[in-house]
Write a protein that binds this ligand. Structure first.
Ligand code: NAD
Ligand code: LMR
Length: 443
């Protein structure tokens, strides 16, 4: 089997060790010749790079491993770039969450004003990464799961329409894993129909390979327990705040009892609950939970491995939630025609929705990329919600490109998470101040 060369952009990410361990666990399906880590933060990159160097020498000495902050070195002679960068790091995520909360509005990484703020930071860096990739490895594919995926994908659609960039999110896969647990199956047994935007969608069918429909059974479970399951099925979304989110799916189902909801809809359908009841502590948000949890764990495991000179006894855990990345890379590399939920331009996949909207739907992925599967017409309620939200995303990207204050204000006004134009303006002015280093000047 051909062996592939990969660069992980955002090599200093808390997810990098889990993804590297997952790749090592999948070498029989996806053989690796070269693995490089690339980050623009030397300290973070070295901390994880040194530890992973030890891990690779112990577990897969045949793989040529390196880590760097030099774009040319990173992107020369690679087949795939797995991109998970966070422009502004947790310091800025914290502000994305805390600034809206100060105004009584949802403070979240990808939804509402926080997501818009993060989007305006991410666009420039992602476009730069694409350009670097195309300069040094013109045939390389970027599998991009940097957030906020909806805004990033819309920016790629407008600014780099012909680039080999595939945008994907792990939430549909993660929730399918929970669904499969509910009905005693594995995700590989199941095919779904799904429509929506990223972090804003609904499952309309969950069938096994024989064609048996499990939607009613799963709906029945979710109407009582949400997506909370007894067994640990998704190692990524296990913290307390995520348990609240899985549980809340019960109330999302009540709004549209026919379909199974994406958990992120809670920020749009129950923003008052999220802010007041669920316990959005304006001084301690998800960013703090991640910094005190995942980030500390990953970097202290790395430190221990480097100090001991071995990974024995202090191994990184395998990010098994991320095997979708291998499935996607295999689909491109081996033309597998894998069916995956991807973020793509609509072009008729949702029949009664704009052709040029970025949507999330099942696709067949081959070596030419994703081919969206038709999901037919969607109901009026979901269509209206989606139209409002996709316009937020489009206006945010236009605001970035044109440097338009007015358009960004309109984007915020349209977000279902924000109660009025006045509050939108107050939040916007605070976000501009906080993002001076990252955003284009808005006039
Ligand atoms: P993190 O802050 O730990 O890691 C991000 C890394 O990116 C940092 O080391 C940072 O220095 C680096 N970086 C920032 N800008 C860069 C640039 N221009 N070039 C190279 N490196 C750069 O964040 P994390 O929590 O590990 O998350 C990483 C990313 O993955 C985020 O965008 C997050 O939202 C995303 N994510 C996506 C999914 C999904 O399925 N779509 C799931 C989980 C996380
Ligand atoms: C988090 O765990 O909060 C994020 O980094 C990723 C996610 O899926 O929300």
């Amino acid at each position: 089997m051909k062996k592939f060369s990969i660069v992980i952009a955002g090599g200093g990410s808390t997810y990098t060790p889990g993804i590297v361990m997952m790749l090592l666990d999948n070498l029989d399906r996806f053989p690796i010749k070269t693995l490089k880590l690339y980050d623009n933060d030397e300290e973070r990159q070295a901390a994880l790079g040194k530890a992973l160097d030890i891990v690779l020498k112990e577990k897969a000495p045949d793989i040529e491993f390196s880590y760097t902050t030099d774009p040319e070195e990173a992107f020369t002679n690679v087949d795939f770039c797995f991109a998970h960068i966070r422009t502004g790091k947790y310091k800025m995520r914290e502000l994305d969450e805390k600034i809206p909360l100060k105004h009584g509005v949802v403070g979240q990484e990808t939804c509402g004003p926080g997501g818009i703020a993060y989007g305006l930071r991410s666009i420039g860096d992602i476009i730069e990464l694409i350009d670097i990739m195309e300069k040094y490895s013109p045939d390389c594919w970027m599998l991009n799961y940097s957030n906020p995926a909806a805004i990033v994908a819309e920016a790629c659609r407008i600014l780099r329409p012909n680039s080999r960039v595939l945008n994907i999110c792990d939430m549909p896969v993660g929730t399918l894993r929970r669904m499969s647990q509910i009905i005693g199956k594995t995700p590989e047994d199941l095919d779904v129909r799904y429509f929506g935007l990223n972090h804003f969608g609904w499952w309309t069918s969950v069938k096994d390979k024989e064609g048996h429909e499990y939607l009613p059974e799963i709906r029945d479970y979710v109407s009582k327990h949400g997506y909370l399951t007894q067994i640990e099925v998704d190692t990524q979304h296990m913290d307390q705040s995520w348990q609240e989110t899985h549980k809340k799916a019960k109330d999302l189902l009540a709004v549209e009892p026919r379909f199974l909801p994406n958990t992120y809809l809670k920020y749009y359908l129950y923003p008052d609950y999220v802010v007041k009841v669920e316990g959005s502590d304006p001084d301690y948000t998800r960013a703090n939970e991640v910094m005190d949890g995942r980030e500390k764990e990953v970097f202290s495991a790395a430190k221990t491995i480097v100090e001991k000179g071995t990974s024995e006894g202090s191994e990184f855990s395998i990010g098994s939630h991320a095997t979708f990345i291998v499935d996607l890379a295999r689909a491109i590399a081996f033309n597998t025609h894998e069916r995956m939920v991807m973020i793509v331009e609509n072009n008729g996949a949702i029949a009664n929705f704009d052709d040029n909207a970025v949507v999330e739907v099942p696709c067949i992925v081959s070596s030419d990329g994703p081919e969206p599967l038709s999901q037919g017409n969607i109901p009026e309620f979901e269509r209206a919600l989606m139209y409002q939200q996709v316009t937020v995303e489009k206006l945010a990207v236009q605001a970035y490109i044109e440097g338009s204050y007015q358009k960004l204000w309109q984007a915020l006004i349209l977000s279902k998470t924000i109660p009025s134009a006045k509050v939108a303006k107050e939040i916007l002015d605070d976000l501009i101040e906080a993002n001076k280093e990252y955003w284009p000047e808005l006039t």
